[in-house]
Design a binder for this molecule. Structure first.
Ligand code: GLN
Length: 455
C-alpha cells in the first residue's frame, strides 16, 4: 500500500488519481494485516485498488468528474466497493474519468484530462488513455494500484484497457449491482474490473459480483468461482469471427493482430467459424439515441437542491433561474450535448422516429447474438478498438469522430453481454492494441478462460 501511495504521488502528472485517500488506505491496510495475522485473509486482503470517481464512497468525494457534484461526499458506499472492501481491498484513491462517463478520451473531466503512460516510439506527444475509465486504465498501467474498478456503458472499460495494454472486463448486464454507482444510462451501465491480467480480473469480478436487493436489475444468480474456471483448456470451443467488424479503413496492424488471435485460439484447440451479425452497422446510431435519452432523464436530479453545486442567484431570480444557472454552470459541454439529444429524442414529436426505433434496433442486435450462440458459437473475437491511442486534443472538437471509437464495443452493451478486452500486441509505433472477446450471458467464467489463451 505504501509503495502504491508513493507511486500515486510520483505520478501526479498523469492526473489519474483525483482524490488520493492515503489515510483511509493505511487504515484499511492495517486492518488487512490484522486479518492476515489472525489467519482470516479474504481474496483481496491488502490489495491496493483505485476506484473510478463514478462509485459513491462513504465520506470521500464522489463527483463523476463533474462540476455539478462539487463537494458531494456520499453518506453511503456503493455495493461494489462495499463488497471489495469486505474482500480486504484497500482504496488508494478516486480515479479520473470523463464527466458522467460520457466520452472516449477522458478529456471531458472537470479535473482535466488523464495522460496515457505510453508514448509513440521517441515521439513525446501526450496521448489519451481512452475513456471514460481513463484514470482507471492509466493508474493500473502505471502501477499506481494493482487493479481498478471501471464502468462500461458503451465501451468505457474495454477501450481504455486496450489503449494502455491492460485487461478490462464488462460483465453481463446485471452481474454487478449498480447501487451507489452514479447513473449514466441505466439499461447499459455495468461495473467491471480492470487489471494487468485475466486472472486478476477473475479474482476482482468474484468480489464485485452478486445479487443485491437494492438493484432490481441485479441478477439473483450464484456467482461461480471464476478463478477456478481458468483451466486453460478451450478444446472443442467454437469461436465466431463476425464479418461486419471488418471495417473499411481499419489499420492493417489491427487486422493482423485479429488474425493472430484467431490462430492462437485455433492452436489451443478451438474451432473458428465465420459468422454474421447483420445489424452491427446500426449499433452506434442506436446507442447514441438510447444512451443520451436515459442520461437526460438520470441527470434531471441535478437541480441545485439535492446535490453539489448551486449557482449564486441574482435579485428576482426564482426557482427556474436557479435550475437554469446551476445546470449551465455545473455541466460541461459534452454532458449538455447529451441532455439536449436525449430530451429531443424523447420529445412527443420525435419519440417514435428516434427513441422507439432505436429500441427496436437494439432488439435486433440482441437477436443477432442469440442466433449465433444458438448455432453453437461459444465466444466471438473482434478487435477492441478501431485505432491505437490517439493524441490528446485530436478528436475533442469532433464528437462524431469521438463516438466512432465505440464502434466495436457498443453492441455488447446493447445486447447486455459480457465482453473483455485483452492486450494483443503493439503497433509499429510501439503502442498497445487490444482484442475483444464477447461471451454468452452469464458465462464470464468461460469467457475469461478463453481470453487467457490470447493474453
Ligand atoms: N464513449 C461512450 C460514450 O461516450 C461510452 C461511455 C461509457 O461506456 N461510459 O457514451
Amino acid at each position: 500500500t505504501r509503495a502504491c501511495l508513493d507511486a500515486v504521488e510520483a505520478a501526479s502528472a498523469l492526473n489519474a488519481v483525483v482524490h488520493p485517500t492515503p489515510d483511509l488506505a493505511m487504515q484499511q491496510a492495517e486492518a488487512a494485516d490484522a486479518r492476515l495475522k489472525a489467519g482470516d485473509a479474504p481474496s483481496l486482503c491488502g490489495i491496493p485498488l483505485g476506484i473510478k470517481d463514478l462509485f459513491c464512497t462513504r465520506g470521500v468525494a464522489s463527483q463523476a468528474a463533474s462540476g455539478i457534484l462539487e463537494g458531494f461526499r456520499p453518506e453511503y458506499e456503493s455495493t461494489v466497493t462495499t463488497q471489495l472492501f469486505e474482500a480486504g481491498a484497500v482504496m488508494v484513491g478516486k480515479l479520473n474519468m470523463d464527466e458522467f462517463a460520457m466520452g472516449s478520451s477522458n478529456e471531458t473531466s472537470v479535473y482535466g484530462n488523464v495522460v496515457n503512460p505510453w508514448r509513440r516510439g521517441n515521439d513525446d506527444t501526450a496521448l489519451t488513455p481512452g475513456g471514460s475509465s481513463g484514470g482507471s486504465a492509466a493508474a493500473v498501467a502505471a502501477d499506481l494500484c494493482l487493479g481498478a474498478t471501471g464502468t462500461d456503458t458503451g465501451g468505457s472499460i474495454r477501450q481504455p484497457a486496450a489503449f494502455v495494454g491492460i485487461t478490462g472486463l464488462k460483465p453481463t448486464y446485471g452481474r454487478c449491482s449498480r447501487w451507489g454507482i452514479i447513473a449514466f444510462a441505466s439499461s447499459l451501465d455495468q461495473a467491471g474490473p480492470m487489471a494487468k491480467t485475466v486472472r486478476d480480473c477473475a479474482i476482482l469480478l468474484q468480489a464485485m459480483a452478486g445479487h443485491d436487493p437494492n438493484d432490481s436489475t441485479s441478477a439473483d444468480l450464484a456467482v461461480p468461482d471464476f478463478e477456478a474456471m481458468l483451466t486453460g483448456d478451450i478444446r472443442g470451443k467454437t469461436i465466431g469471427i463476425p464479418k461486419e467488424y471488418r471495417m473499411d479503413g481499419m489499420p492493417d496492424e489491427i487486422e493482423a493482430l485479429w488474425t493472430e488471435g484467431r490462430t492462437m485460439l485455433e492452436d489451443a484447440g478451438a474451432k473458428i467459424v465465420d459468422i454474421s451479425l447483420p445489424h452491427t452497422k446500426y449499433a452506434l446510431p442506436a446507442y447514441y439515441v438510447i444512451a443520451p435519452a436515459e442520461a437526460s432523464s438520470n441527470l434531471a436530479r441535478y437541480d441545485g437542491v439535492r446535490y453539489g453545486h448551486r449557482a449564486k442567484l441574482g435579485q428576482g431570480d426564482g426557482i427556474t433561474e436557479m435550475y437554469e444557472k446551476t445546470r449551465a454552470e455545473g455541466f460541461g459541454a459534452e454532458v449538455k450535448r447529451r441532455v439536449m439529444i436525449g430530451t429531443y429524442v424523447l420529445s412527443a414529436g420525435f419519440y417514435d422516429a428516434y427513441y422507439n426505433r432505436a429500441r427496436k434496433v437494439r432488439t435486433l442486435i440482441k437477436k443477432d447474438f442469440e442466433d449465433v450462440f444458438a448455432q453453437g458459437v461459444d465466444a466471438i473475437l473482434t478487435p477492441a478498438t478501431p485505432s491505437a491511442a490517439f493524441p490528446l486534443g485530436q478528436e475533442f472538437d469532433d464528437p462524431v469522430q469521438m463516438y466512432l471509437n465505440d464502434v466495436f464495443t457498443v453492441t455488447v452493451n446493447l445486447a447486455g453481454l459480457p465482453g473483455i478486452a485483452v492486450p494483443a500486441g503493439l503497433d509499429r509505433q510501439g503502442l498497445p492494441l487490444g482484442l475483444q472477446l464477447i461471451g454468452k450471458p452469464w458465462e464470464e467464467g468461460e469467457l475469461l478462460n478463453i481470453a487467457q489463451t490470447i493474453e
